[in-house]
Design a protein around this ligand. Structure first.
Ligand code: TXA
Ligand code: MG
Length: 335
């Protein structure tokens, strides 16, 4: 298997297109390329090449029952992969694609593998690099997040290299991702559409376009296989603390903790409440916190922290997605 990962730096103007063409060639010949999307970095392979897709599972250590999202463009892929596109799905794709939206649709017979049962997850990613990569590859690209399974998703090329250097053929370095949490996954294979994974496209935004939509409660392994596994987690022990009193509570637990090197992650607005305690600030606006959260969790591991206390955020807008990921990453929760 691959022993050297090419790093394609895309901050060099016109040369970028040549680098993306090289990456597209690798995809076409059955290799693996990590690339930036507007959400997180994906680990891409030709979705029509079964053995290329098998390599994704191998290098990530991904459970074989967890299907892949297939990345397409507005111009091609939808009809090729989906047997039927319900009106609601069509309306959402029109409204939010390219963008952080994944729709689960009935799959065409013969579309192998990365579907679940007879469904397929499809997404038109935003961001110029992803768009150009799909365009030049000329095939749908299967891509989960480009991390070792269970680790926080990568939002920079260096996060990808930390997990996968030497195991994949190339990473396209397009700088940090805009949103920082994965796409909203919405299932259209049942009568009432259901959000399986919250993201930047919120339930309210979806309701405005298609009316009633359900939110999957807790973990529904039968519907979204990936959600039953531990996810997004740093190596350090992680405690998530929620509620208005969270800063005081965190300081109290910290005081009793036996951690050698603990750290707190909290919104910038609450800085003063933590006094001299060791602190990483996540930003002010919810969108900023979402964009920073995975990088902050990885940073804690790099700095050798053995216990992380994370202050929860309000569950509105993108905050719903942030709390969904934090709950899955945490070893314990306190209210
Ligand atoms: O923003 C994103 O969606 C990123 C970027 C790279 O596009 N991708 C991503 O992929 O987050 P991944 O594999 O880390 O998460 C895909 C999620 C998993 O929870 C998986 O179980 C679910 O989508 N999924 C995929 N196909 C499905 C299907 N046919 N039915 C139900 N859930 C599905
Ligand atoms: Mg993932």
């Amino acid at each position: 298997m691959t022993s050297e990962t090419i790093v394609g730096n895309l901050e060099v103007g016109s040369a970028s297109v040549e680098i993306i063409k090289q990456a597209a060639q690798i995809i076409k010949s059955g290799g693996l390329v990590a690339f930036p999307t507007e959400t997180v970095y994906g680990l891409g392979a030709n979705a029509l090449d079964e053995s290329a897709c098998a390599k994704i599972y191998q290098v990530k250590g991904r459970p074989s029952d967890n299907p892949l999202i297939v990345h397409i463009s507005k111009e091609f892929g939808l009809e090729q992969m989906a047997r039927k596109v319900p009106t609601g799905a069509k309306a959402l794709i029109d409204a939010f694609s390219p963008g952080p939206l994944t729709v689960i649709l009935p799959a065409r017979p013969g579309v192998f593998a990365h579907g679940y049962g007879d469904t397929i997850a499809l997404r038109v990613p935003g961001g110029m690099v992803a768009k150009l990569l799909i365009h030049h590859a000329g095939v749908p690209i299967a891509a989960p997040s480009a991390n070792i399974s269970g680790r926080p998703s990568p939002t920079t090329a260096s996060h990808v290299l930390a997990d996968l250097e030497g195991k994949i053929d190339m990473v396209l370095d397009g700088g940090p991702c805009k949103h920082g949490v994965e796409s909203t996954v919405i299932d259209f294979s049942t009568d009432i559409p259901k959000i399986l994974r919250p993201g930047s496209i919120t339930q309210e935004m979806i309701t405005e376009i298609i009316g009633k939509v359900e939110m999957a409660e807790g973990i529904e392994p039968a519907k979204s296989p990936g959600m039953k596994y531990k996810h997004y987690a740093p190596n350090a022990k992680m405690t998530l603390v929620e509620g208005d009193n969270a800063p005081a509570k965190i300081l109290q637990i910290l005081e009793q903790s036996e951690a050698r090197n603990p750290i707190i992650l909290a919104p910038t607005a609450d800085k003063a409440k933590y006094g001299q305690a060791p602190l990483i600030l996540l930003g002010r606006r919810p969108e900023e916190i979402a964009a920073n959260i995975y990088a902050a969790l990885r940073h804690c591991d790099e700095l050798g922290h053995d216990e992380i206390f994370v202050q929860g955020v309000a569950e509105t807008g993108i905050g719903v997605a942030v709390m969904n990921r934090l709950r899955k990453a945490a070893d314990r929760e306190e209210c």
